[in-house]
Structure formats: structure tokens, C-alpha cells
Design a binder for this molecule. Structure first.
Ligand SMILES: Cc1ncc(COP(=O)(O)O)c(C=O)c1O
Length: 397
């Protein structure tokens, strides 16, 4: 009998996955997917970008490329990030195979088995899995409506028996909580981390998808704030602003961290797909990215508003949630005695799929929330699905 490693044996399948098998029936309304709507992909633009590639560019696209990324994309992405205010000149940029790979590489670079690391609670499930695969001891700090609980974070840092190896945060339109950290909270965190020798992994895949111009001051990233004495490792992605099928993300990190990460990436996959990189480069170089982001931002804002109205109408008296200001998600707090797995079971029976709260708890316990995505479901399906979800919740009261 083949013997598996301890770490793989500890990565458990869950009852959620079994429930999700039932969710694959045709006709289900999916509020579960954290991906863009297939109908929003810029297919015409991608056709045209490919058709206008020269033979020389097509050859680059078909070939292995440098580990850090093809020079064409590195140059156009630097410009894109510079426009966002990021300090590209004083950091190194690496193209990765999705931003999840960037998170994985950084976690591998910083963590030995048993090392303590800090996350928010709730936390992006992909990051939790990556950290567990390096056998990190995850200490989580509650996320509040304006960002991580600063008092609890201070307490955790002050009382940690060993210096945490890194802290991982998603300050702009958190997955699953939708939270946008306030500028004040970001500055408090920067002050708190200063001089502690704890790198900050800043996951920023949703910041382009803001719904209100007046939020722009709060969107300023830690990387842009460039706090003194903290190594900010910034990660981003094409997944939410173009298409996750390209599998392209990036990290922007101090040079000495970059050098270690390059070695790790060489062992993972040598380089990210050149074909995707060439298309992403053209998407940026031709400036097609800007009107496209505006278009999807508007569509997601509309869907978020419709879902919010529906939730207020059908469930307003019994659930709590924050109206989303960007990103993909609503994090719905169930009435206190309700368990999200029971709700999921009942919702699936009615034809609606959501994600249970405990999926995003690094310790797999807190389960009185559900995550609803509005990104991947049309307005009319949202209007059909929320009343069904409301029935499932009310039937459990
Ligand atoms: C917060 C967050 N970070 C990272 C990712 C990973 O994205 P990708 O690997 O597709 O770039 C996701 C995907 O859902 C996410 O929600």
C-alpha cells in the first residue's frame, strides 16, 4: 500500500465537498463561485489581440520563458502598477502562475514546519491550504468591519512565544468578508508592525473592482504606503480583471526576497505560461484593460446592489451583513443558533448553492456565516435565488 506524507494525510476532504457534489445538478443557482462570469470575458478583444500578434511574438508565446516572466509583460505590468501608485522601481516584479502561486512561494520562503504565522479570521481558503501545506501553525485574528482587530493583533504579536514568520492580509475587498480596510487601520497596522521583523504578505486581487470613487483613499496599498521597516510582499492577479484561465498573477517584493522566491519558482514550474503572458501583455499594452475594468466594475456594482436589496427585503430582519463596496462577496451572518452546513443542505435542496463560513476559518470551526458571490450570477438569477435561500434559512429557525 502506498504511503502518503503526513502533510497530505492532514489535508482532509470535508462534508462540504460531498454536499457540493449534489450542487452540480443542472439548473442550480450558484452563489458559491469566486470567479468572474463567463459572459463577461472580453472574447472579442482576446481574439483580436491574438490575431494581431506577429510571428515573432507567437514564437515567444509558444516557448519557455524566463522564470521571472517574459520581458514584454514585465515592462507593461510595471507601467500598469506604477499608474496604480506602486513603487515598482524599488522592488522586483515576478510573474507567477496565478497569485495563489505567489502566496505559495512566499509562504515556502518564510516557513519551516511548526512556525507561527498570522492570518485574518475569516481568511481566503487558498491561502489557508497553502500555509497548511507548509505545516505552519496558523494563529488567526478576527476581522472587523474596518479591518483586522488591531487590539487583538497587538496582543497576539506581544504574546507570541516565537516571532511570527509573516502576516497575511487581504486589505482591499476581502475574500470572503468583502471588507475594505480604512486608511486609518492600515496606518495603525504599519505602526504596529514596524521594527518587529515580520514580513507582510499583502494580497490585493480585488482593488481594481471598487464601486465608489470616494473609497480611493482607503484603497492605497501597504506597498504604496511603503511603511518604514516592514518588508511588504505585494501579490496581485489577472484573474479578476481579465480571466483566471490565463493563470497569471504577480508578486512585487524587495530584491533580497525576490532572489529566494525565484529559486523556489524554478523548482515549481520554471516559468508561467508564455502564451498567457503574451496575451496579458497585449491587453495592458493596448490599454484595453482600462475600459474593460470599468465595464466589469459597473456590472459587479449593479449585481451587488441587487443582491443587497434582495437580502434586505427577504432576510433583513434576521441576518446581518455589510453592503459591499467592491470585490465579489457578501458575508452573511446567520441568526446566532444557525449552522451554515445545515443551511447549505437546505439551500441545495431548493436549488441554491452558497459557501459555509467554516470553509474560511483557518481552524474550521466558526460556522454561523455564509459567503454569497454576486460576481458569477446574473441579476435575474440573483432575484430568483435569494428568495429560495431565504426560505432555506427561515425553515431552519
Ligand atoms: C483573496 C484572493 N487571493 C488570491 C486568489 C487567487 O487568485 P489566482 O491564483 O487566480 O490569481 C483569490 C482567488 O479567488 C482570492 O480570492
Amino acid at each position: 500500500m502506498t504511503i502518503f506524507s503526513k502533510v497530505i494525510n492532514e489535508l482532509r476532504s470535508s462534508e462540504i465537498r460531498d454536499l457540493m457534489k449534489l450542487a452540480n445538478k443542472p439548473g442550480m443557482i450558484l452563489f458559491s463561485g469566486g470567479m468572474p462570469d463567463n459572459d463577461l470575458f472580453p472574447l472579442d478583444i482576446m481574439d483580436s489581440l491574438y490575431n494581431h500578434l506577429t510571428d515573432a511574438e507567437k514564437k515567444v508565446a509558444m516557448q519557455y520563458g524566463p522564470t521571472s516572466g517574459i520581458p514584454e509583460l514585465l515592462a507593461s505590468l510595471e507601467l500598469f502598477l506604477k499608474k496604480k501608485g506602486l513603487p515598482v522601481g524599488s522592488n522586483r516584479l515576478m510573474i507567477t502562475t496565478g497569485s495563489l502561486q505567489a502566496i505559495n512561494i512566499l509562504a515556502k520562503a518564510f516557513t519551516d514546519p511548526g512556525d507561527t504565522i498570522i492570518t485574518e479570521n475569516p481568511c481566503f481558503i487558498g491561502a489557508i491550504s497553502a500555509f497548511k501545506s507548509y505545516q505552519a501553525n496558523i494563529v488567526s485574528v478576527p476581522l472587523l468591519s474596518d479591518g483586522i482587530d488591531i487590539e487583538r493583533l497587538k496582543d497576539t504579536l506581544d504574546h507570541s512565544p516565537s516571532n511570527p514568520r509573516f502576516i497575511y492580509l487581504t486589505p482591499n475587498f476581502h475574500n470572503p468578508a468583502g471588507t475594505l480596510y480604512t486608511a486609518d487601520r492600515k496606518h495603525e497596522i504599519a505602526t504596529l508592525l514596524k521594527g518587529r521583523n515580520i514580513p507582510l504578505i499583502e494580497d490585493d486581487v480585488y482593488s481594481d473592482l471598487y464601486f465608489h470613487n470616494e473609497d480611493k483613499p482607503h484603497l492605497k496599498t501597504f506597498k504604496e504606503i511603503n511603511p518604514d521597516g516592514i518588508d511588504v510582499c505585494y501579490t496581485g492577479s489577472f484573474s479578476k480583471i481579465l480571466g483566471p484561465g490565463l493563470r497569471l498573477g504577480w508578486m512585487l517584493v524587495p530584491e533580497y526576497i525576490y532572489n529566494k522566491c525565484e529559486l523556489i519558482k524554478q523548482s515549481f514550474d520554471a516559468c508561467s505560461p508564455s502564451f498567457s503572458q503574451m496575451l496579458a501583455h497585449k491587453f495592458l499594452q493596448t490599454q484595453a484593460v482600462y475600459p474593460y475594468i470599468s465595464k466589469v466594475r459597473e456590472e459587479y456594482a449593479k449585481r451587488a446592489m441587487i443582491m443587497t436589496e434582495q437580502l434586505h427585503h427577504y432576510l433583513g430582519d434576521i441576518v446581518q451583513f455589510t453592503i459591499p463596496r467592491g470585490g465579489f462577496y457578501i458575508w452573511l451572518k446567520l441568526p446566532s443558533n444557525l449552522d451554515a452546513t445545515t443551511i447549505l443542505e437546505k439551500a441545495i435542496a431548493k436549488g441554491v448553492v452558497v459557501v459555509t463560513g467554516k470553509t474560511f476559518d483557518p481552524h474550521g470551526v466558526i460556522n454561523n456565516y455564509i459567503r454569497l458571490s454576486y460576481c458569477n450570477t446574473s441579476a435575474d438569477k440573483i432575484c430568483k435565488g435569494i428568495p429560495l435561500l431565504a426560505e432555506a434559512i427561515r425553515a431552519s429557525l
